[in-house]
Write a protein that binds this ligand. Structure first.
Ligand code: MLT
Length: 320
């Protein structure tokens, strides 16, 4: 390696547009090595010679990996969730952690609507049935979104973008967020619910848009599910772990939940024999919320800018 002012590691797939921005900086050397994401020991070694690292969700920056890093100054997550980074450990080491909260909002909101529609119209089952040579229209009758009540848990960027789209489908939208005021929610056409316990029983659809924290783990619990309508359909494009999978499975089997669309798992990838994946009342996708051409360019470009602005120009935006 040549001697440069700043060395930046990229250990997950970052779009070419983002890499090009990093490479355009004459004082930055870019080292792309996705094998490091699977090898914590090698990653720790490589970080000793790095000033910055750009990652997505595949690289785990644990306290163990970050411990003793004296050269590393900045971590940027091309995406929103920083649950694969031990932020307190990074902060203790004086390493700034940044993310790109806006770049994949629309893609994730669109994926949520796609799954809501797929659940309502049995799209995945219909596709499999027709491909298997059947012409079975009777067992595939669906339901409309119009006039139904959607409960949005988490009214951040994605939650509000989903609410806006659901209003376009003429749904009634209820929302809960401990960090938002009722007035702000109302400005977005969302009827604010002050307690989650009051939200569950009112909804035909529930969609989750909150980070995974100790407080939100299993927010969809057995008790929450018990208070929902048996016709409810649940969509999770946020984080695996927000739903108590055992409780969901039991409710699907008992006919206490009509269906669930799940894009995120805990862990990822999930075990191949995960019963939620195999269940006939679920629609599942492998964490594709942000997987569009547009979102991946957005987050990679933003991540590259954040890293260069911090390392070269000493500016911090979106630190978490
Ligand atoms: C995010 O946190 O940005 C999304 O879940 C997408 C991703 O992990 O790549």
């Amino acid at each position: 390696m040549t001697s440069v002012a700043y060395r930046v590691l990229v250990t997950d797939k970052l779009s070419e547009e983002g890499l090009a921005l990093l490479r355009a900086e004459k004082d930055v050397e870019v080292v792309v090595d996705s094998k490091l994401a699977k090898d914590p020991k090698a990653l720790k070694e490589a970080l000793k010679d790095a000033d910055g690292i750009a990652i997505r969700s595949g690289t785990q920056l644990t306290a163990e990996v970050l411990e003793g890093q004296t050269r590393l100054k900045a971590i940027v997550r091309a995406g929103v969730g920083v649950d694969n980074i031990d932020v307190p450990a990074a902060t203790r080491q004086g390493i700034v952690v940044m993310n790109t909260p806006g770049g994949n909002t629309i893609s994730t909101a669109e994926q949520t609507m796609a799954l809501m529609l797929a659940l309502s119209r049995n799209t995945a089952r219909a596709d499999a049935s027709l491909k298997a040579g059947k012409w079975d229209r009777n067992s595939l009758t669906g339901v409309q979104l119009e006039g139904k009540t959607l409960g949005v848990v988490g009214l951040g960027r994605v939650g509000l973008a989903v609410a806006q789209r659901a209003l376009g489908f003429e749904m009634k939208v209820l929302g809960y967020d401990p960090l938002l005021s009722a007035e702000k929610a109302q400005e977005h056409g969302v009827e604010f619910v002050h307690k989650l316990d009051d939200l569950w029983p009112q909804c035909d659809y529930i969609t989750l848009h909150t980070p995974l924290t100790p407080e939100t783990r299993h927010v969809v619990s057995a008790a929450a599910i018990a208070s929902m309508r048996p016709t409810v359909r649940i969509i999770n494009c946020a984080r695996g772990g927000l739903i108590d999978d055992a409780a969901l499975l039991e409710a699907l089997n008992a006919g206490k939940v009509a269906g669930a669309a799940i894009d995120v798992f805990d862990p990822e990838p999930p075990p191949a024999d995960d019963p939620i994946i195999a269940h006939p009342k679920t629609v599942v996708t492998p964490h594709l919320g942000a997987s569009t051409e547009e979102a991946q360019v957005n987050v990679a470009v933003e991540a590259a800018r954040l890293l260069c602005d911090y390392l070269i120009r000493g500016q911090v935006r979106f630190s978490v």
